[in-house]
Design a binder for this molecule. Structure first.
Ligand SMILES: [Zn+2]
Length: 438
């Protein structure tokens, strides 16, 4: 009898701890496609605090709790559930180098960066290009790390615009919850350092290009995402809570609205997912990334309406999720960029490997991105710069948090040839584009 009582007590304790775990878990959210009533735009819903995605070429998507679904339906929005946010993964503890089935944490990326730099001193330079918001505030945080990969010769990877080799920049996970993007950078780095002298095409790239990689542009945000390894937190922004007035989960600045090109205060308030900050370049992460791009690319462009010099070199890709599409400049307006035809032509070449279409402006959905990193680079320096939205709008491997197996099965096979092509095109992106073999 006594033994039975003890067993029951243990069982009750287990029940209590399971209950408190589920209470601490992120809210029950799903993806829905939306058909908006006349007179309502995606931008309206973002300003009302809804978490809405681009949906270029398809219907806009919202991540919503059951109560948010009810409120949207009451306003006349037609919603169709397209999938679950969370995929089942084995339970794991926070604080390791991976989470959610294999995705790398900020610490995992930092360890990887240090290892490849140390193992390949003839191919890799590792830079600290600035600090995260928490680091500036003395609350832990991280350096913003950038790798430059090339067969190093005198003057290469010198963090100046005078180097001889054209530059390709891969910039990922500026939106922390777009977790597949950092993994693409991780694999790109591994591909480059392991293929020199082995694969003729990659060897030629390292002999003739500087291949810059910023794997984690928002490291504090990635720490939050990875803090729940089984159900990652949907943190998009950095952790700057200085504006005040928001629940902790909603605070932060959207680093992809914070650049000094066409910065727009109208993008949202401090609690919104697209809050652009108190002013342009208010965030240390933006200072770091803009500073890096400013250092390595010469200015080949005049005013916003003037074209870039025809002999401009360089290409930048900023990876995001999701939608399986490519956004070419400008993203802040539907007014055509002066080099629109050439920007779209290169976008289509890169997109053919993954089957991604190319759009500009708002893509017809009323969702602009003023203050974005790619618009800044093209708009101020003339370098072709693109947003790639990784992952389909619905179905397997959709969403911000796809199963880790999607990286190998779907994303990397589609992106690898696109990245190689982009790096090749960096020599003359407005000239004769490289022939594609595929
Ligand atoms: Zn994004």
């Amino acid at each position: 009898m006594r033994r039975l009582v003890v067993s029951l007590c243990s069982f009750a304790l287990v029940l209590v701890s399971l209950t408190s775990l589920s209470e601490a878990a992120p809210p029950d959210v799903s993806y829905y496609s939306m058909k908006l009533p006349a007179g309502m735009t995606v931008a309206d819903l973002i300003r009302d605090g809804y978490d809405v995605g681009h949906g270029h070429g398809s219907r806009p998507t919202v991540i919503a709790t059951p109560s948010e679904v009810g409120r949207l339906r009451a306003r006349g929005v037609v919603l169709g559930k397209t999938g679950d946010v969370y995929q089942p993964v084995p339970r794991s503890e926070p604080g390791g180098s991976t989470y959610y089935g294999g995705y790398h944490t900020t610490a995992g990326h930092e360890q990887h960066n240090a290892e490849v730099a140390s193992a390949h001193p003839d191919l890799v330079k590792l830079y600290d290009v600035g600090d995260s918001w928490k680091k500036v505030k003395g609350q832990g945080g991280h350096d913003i790390q950038a790798l430059c990969i090339t067969k190093l010769a005198s003057g290469d990877c010198a963090l100046t615009s005078t180097g001889k080799k054209p530059k390709f920049v891969l910039h990922t996970q500026i939106h922390a919850r777009e977790i597949a993007t950092g993994e693409i950078a991780y694999r790109w780095v591994d591909l480059l350092v392991s293929s020199y002298g082995v694969d003729p095409e990659i060897t030629a790239l390292l002999d003739t290009r500087e291949l810059w990689v910023v794997p984690i542009a928002n490291p504090d945000g990635v720490d939050v995402v990875a803090s729940n390894p089984s159900r990652p937190v949907l943190q998009r922004k950095n952790l700057d809570n200085s504006a005040g007035g928001c629940p902790a989960a909603d605070a932060g600045v959207d680093l992809n609205r914070n650049s000094s090109f066409q910065w727009d205060v109208q993008q949202g308030g401090p609690c919104d997912e697209t809050y652009p900050g108190a002013k342009a370049v208010s965030e240390p992460e933006t200072v770091a990334i803009q500073g890096l791009l400013d250092a390595i690319f010469p200015d080949t462009k005049g005013d916003v309406g003037e074209p870039a010099a025809a002999d401009t070199t360089g290409v930048m890709l900023s990876l995001h999720s999701f939608g399986n599409d490519i956004l070419a400049p400008y993203g802040y307006t539907n007014t055509d960029a002066p080099d629109k035809a050439k920007l779209v032509a290169l976008g289509k070449k890169m997109g053919q490997f993954a089957g991604y279409p190319v759009s500009t402006g708002d893509g017809g959905v009323g969702y602009f991105a003023p203050g974005a990193t790619d618009d800044w680079l093209y708009g101020t320096r003339g370098v072709p710069a693109y947003t790639f939205e990784i992952g389909p709008p619905s179905g397997a491997c959709a969403g911000f948090l796809p199963a880790y197996s999607c990286v190998s099965s779907t994303f990397w096979p589609a992106l690898k040839p696109a990245l190689v092509y982009a790096a090749r095109a960096a020599a003359a992106p407005y000239g004769k584009l490289p022939v594609t073999s595929g």
